[in-house]
Design a protein around this ligand. Structure first.
Ligand code: RM4
Ligand code: MN
Length: 393
């Protein structure tokens, strides 16, 4: 990387130094596919231990300073105390993820359920999540609804949209001035015929109706194969409605594999749209979160690898020569414009990232440093016995 112009080098390094990737508490617990979750040793038994793992990821990567929580999986008696323990460990608490998809009551939907009593219960949970945000100091409430129907005629599509809009409105009105609502979409599963929030268009319509502080979140695993996700990124950025990402990789459906493992080029194209729009910094309000499960691979190294994958894609995106790109585009130089992008993508940014980490005072090789640290051996013995955290616990 010696051939980088000094200004480029310092611009890229300073953007990377400020990068913020949020990890997910549930990635540290036992989770996996619908068919089998393979338990692992050393897995956290409570939210405090998940926070310790997230802080470890931050210690070795330097760019993962917050962890998202999932309620009820991370329910505790004293959220202010949880926030203090996170701060003591060197990280903060991030988005609060609501969960209205695991109770028996939600068989026919949560906020779109035909039964007003079930709808009330679901909305009360969303409001409870905002109460928790007040105590954790979290900015974002992240909502994903498993609501939908399996059979044509099962319920009225428009009425379900009305119920959804009402629930979102009540929740949105409860948000504090500095709090936001991030609405996620997913094309199918668990509902197979109608999904109430299946795509970014539906999520956008609801967010637009709600107001400034409602934005769409893109889970990269929630699209049909071949979907041009970076196009969605560009469109939502233009509308000021992109709230963030749930990063992960997919080969087939919502696989929740490590981000950047299935298609690193797609991740680069996404980050290119972000950089082009000047939306990498905190002030743009885009939350870069991971939403993954590590069923067969060791969890903490998998999260570290994922953070590094986001960082590598970002570094490459920061290397795109925007002037050259624009010049080629304006000249109608199809191959030239494409070459500008590919030059950046094909750059080996690993030496630059090692340099960045040395500057930040951390080990240039986070994977090796973690393996050497003895953290896993320590938690494996400390956490023997007790109930390991999982999807339902
Ligand atoms: C959903 C969705 C949510 C995540 C849960 C665990 O599919 O992606 O973001 O919180 O899974
Ligand atoms: Mn998600």
């Amino acid at each position: 990387m010696t051939d980088l112009a000094p200004q480029t080098r310092s611009r890229v390094l300073s953007a990377l130094r400020r990068q913020h990737v949020e990890t997910a508490s549930w990635a540290y617990g036992n989770s996996g596919t619908r068919f089998k979750v393979f338990p692992q040793e050393g897995v956290p038994r409570n939210p405090y231990e998940k926070i310790a793992d997230a802080a470890t990821v931050h210690r070795f990567t330097g760019v993962a300073p917050t962890v998202a929580l999932h309620i009820p999986w991370d329910r505790v008696d004293d959220y202010a105390d949880l926030a203090r323990s996170a701060a003591d460990a060197g990280i903060g608490l991030g988005a609060i993820n609501a969960n209205v998809f695991q109770d028996n009551d939600y068989k026919l939907g949560s906020v779109t359920n035909p039964d007003p009593g079930v709808r009330r219960k679901a909305i009360d949970h969303l409001l409870e999540c905002v109460d928790i945000m007040d105590r954790t100091g979290s900015r974002d409430l992240k909502l994903w609804f498993s609501d939908g129907t399996n059979y044509p005629g099962q319920d009225d599509v428009r009425t379900r949209q009305d119920r959804l809009a009402e629930a979102l409105r009540e929740t949105y009105d409860r948000l504090g001035e500095n709090q936001r609502m991030l609405l996620e979409y997913k094309l199918f599963e668990p509902a197979f015929y109608v999904t109430d929030v299946p795509d970014w268009g539906t999520a956008y319509l609801h967010c637009a109706a709600l107001g400034q502080r409602a934005r769409v979140v893109i889970d990269t695993g929630h699209h049909a194969p071949g979907t041009n996700i970076e196009f969605i990124v560009a469109v939502l950025l233009r509308a000021g409605k992109l709230g963030g990402f749930d990063f992960n990789s997919r080969f087939y459906a919502d696989d929740d594999l490590m981000v950047g493992s299935a298609d690193p080029f797609q991740l680069f194209r996404i980050m290119h749209e972000i950089v082009l729009a000047g939306a990498l910094g905190e002030e743009a309000g885009i939350a870069f979160m991971l939403d993954q499960c590590h069923n067969i691979e060791p969890k903490i190294p998998a999260v570290i690898r994922s953070v590094l994958n986001v960082q590598e894609a970002t570094a490459k995106a920061l290397l795109v020569d925007h002037d050259a790109l624009r010049a080629a585009q304006h000249a109608g130089d199809v191959l030239g414009a494409n070459a500008v992008l590919m030059d950046a993508y094909n750059t080996d940014v690993r030496p630059l990232l090692r340099e960045l980490r040395e500057d930040m005072g951390i080990d240039p090789d986070p994977m090796a440093a973690y393996a050497r640290s003895g953290y896993f051996e320590r938690v494996r013995s400390e956490r023997a016995g007790g109930q390991a955290a999982g999807w339902g616990a």
